[in-house]
Design a protein around this ligand. Structure first.
Ligand SMILES: O=C(O)CCC(=O)C(=O)O
Ligand SMILES: [Fe+2]
Length: 348
C-alpha cells in the first residue's frame, strides 16, 4: 500500500481488499492511509475493488461505440434544459475552469433509467429522468451501461463505508443517505488529441467535483492532473491498469466541515491518442438536507492555520443535496455558453 513512485504528494494507491477482508491489522492500516489521503489530498487510487476487468472492457467498448457515431446521431441525444441532466454534451459544451477556454471533451451522462411516469420524474427531481441515447445503439448498449452503473453503486456504497470508518464514525453512517435512490451518474467522456500550444486550452478545465465521491476509470493514455495545494504544482495521476481514481467532491468537504478535502484537478490530452475516461458521480439521495456531521463542527486545525483566527465553527447552513449539485452543474454549462474568445490583438 502507498504511493506509486517516489513523490509523496501523489494520490496513494490503496488495496480495497484490506477493507473488505478479515485481517483487522490490514484493515486498520488501510483506514489510516485512507483517512490521511482524504484529509490531505481528497484523492486516492483503489485496486482490488471487485469490479470485473471484463465489465470495464465492455463499458470502454460501449463508450467508443457511442463516440464513433456521426455527430448528427449524437446530437439526437443532446443534453439540454429539458433532459434533466442526461444526454450528450458537445466538444466545448462545458467550461469547468473560469478564465480558461471551454473544455475540449465530449461526454454523455447516464443514470438510472426512470420512466416518464416515475413519481420523481413527474415531480422534476434533480438528476431523475429517462436516459436518452441514439436509438441506433440498441438495448444491449444501454444494458451494458446499466450493468456498469449498478457495479459502481455497489462499490461507491462500500467506499462511503470506508470513508465513514476513517472518520471514526460507524461504518453504516452514510447508509441512510445512499440507500434510497442516491444521485448516481455515469459519464462517458472522450478527449480527442489536442496537441495545441494555447495556454488556455483544457481537455477538462481545473475544477473540484461537485458531489460526494467520484469513481473514475481512466484508460492508459494519461493526462489527468491533480494540483498540489501547497505548491500549486500540477501532478500527473499516472493510470494504474484497472484501478479507480477516487476523489472527494465539494459536497463531502462541506458535509465534513473540511475534515475531508476536495481537490482541484484537470485533464490535458497532449498525447497523439484519443483518451477515454468514465467518471461515476455519487452523492446520496438528492432530497436529503445535509448538515455538518456531528462531531466535526470545529474546523480542522490545518484549515484554521490556513485562514487564521477566528476559527470558524460550523460555518455552513444546511443545504439540500439537489440544490447544492444543481447550482454548480448549471454554472459550468452557462459559462461555456457565454464564452467569447478574446479577439487576437490587432497589429499595426
Ligand atoms: O476524465 C478525467 O480523467 C477526469 C474527469 C473529471 O474530472 C470530471 O468529469 O469531473
Ligand atoms: Fe472532476
Amino acid at each position: 500500500m502507498g504511493s506509486l513512485g517516489s513523490d509523496p504528494r501523489l494520490p496513494p494507491v490503496l488495496d480495497f481488499s484490506a477493507f473488505r477482508g478479515s485481517d483487522q491489522a490490514a484493515k486498520a492500516e488501510f483506514l489510516q492511509a485512507l483517512g490521511q489521503a482524504c484529509r490531505d489530498k481528497g484523492f486516492f487510487q483503489l485496486t482490488n475493488h471487485g469490479v470485473a476487468a471484463s465489465l470495464q472492457e465492455r463499458i470502454f467498448a460501449a463508450s467508443k461505440e457511442f463516440f464513433s457515431l456521426p455527430l448528427e446521431e449524437k446530437l439526437k441525444a443532446k443534453l439540454g434544459p429539458s433532459t434533466r441532466g442526461r444526454g450528450y454534451e458537445t466538444i466545448g459544451g462545458q467550461m469547468l475552469e473560469p478564465g480558461a477556454a471551454p473544455d475540449t471533451k465530449e461526454a454523455i451522462y447516464l443514470g438510472q433509467d426512470l420512466g416518464e411516469d416515475d413519481a420523481r420524474v413527474v415531480k422534476g427531481e434533480y438528476g431523475c429522468g429517462p436516459n436518452i441515447y441514439p436509438s441506433s445503439l440498441g438495448r444491449e448498449w444501454h444494458a451494458t451501461c446499466m450493468e456498469y452503473l449498478e457495479a459502481m453503486k455497489t462499490l461507491a456504497r462500500d467506499v462511503m463505508r470506508a470513508l465513514a470508518a476513517a472518520l471514526d464514525l460507524r461504518e453504516d453512517f452514510f447508509d441512510r443517505f445512499t440507500d434510497t435512490d442516491p444521485a448516481a451518474t455515469l459519464r462517458l467522456v472522450h478527449y480527442p488529441p489536442t496537441p495545441t500550444t494555447s495556454q488556455l486550452e483544457r481537455g477538462c478545465g481545473a475544477h473540484r467535483d461537485f458531489g460526494c465521491i467520484t469513481l473514475l476509470l481512466q484508460d492508459a493514455v494519461g493526462g489527468l492532473q491533480v494540483q498540489d495545494e501547497v505548491t500549486g504544482d500540477w501532478l500527473d495521476v499516472a493510470p494504474v491498469p484497472g484501478a479507480y481514481v477516487v476523489n472527494l467532491g465539494n459536497l463531502m468537504a462541506r458535509w465534513t466541515n473540511h475534515h475531508y478535502t476536495s481537490n482541484t484537478h484537470r485533464v490535458l490530452n497532449h498525447s497523439p491518442c484519443h483518451r477515454y475516461s468514465i467518471p461515476f458521480f455519487y452523492s446520496g439521495n438528492p432530497a436529503h438536507t445535509l448538515e455538518t456531521i456531528p462531531g466535526l463542527e470545529r474546523t480542522p486545525l490545518s484549515l484554521a492555520r490556513k485562514y487564521g483566527p477566528p476559527i470558524p465553527v460550523n460555518p455552513y447552513p444546511p443545504v439540500s443535496v439537489a440544490d447544492f449539485l444543481h447550482d454548480q452543474f448549471v454554472q459550468s454549462y452557462k459559462r461555456a455558453e457565454e464564452y467569447r474568445p478574446t479577439p487576437p490583438e490587432l497589429t499595426t
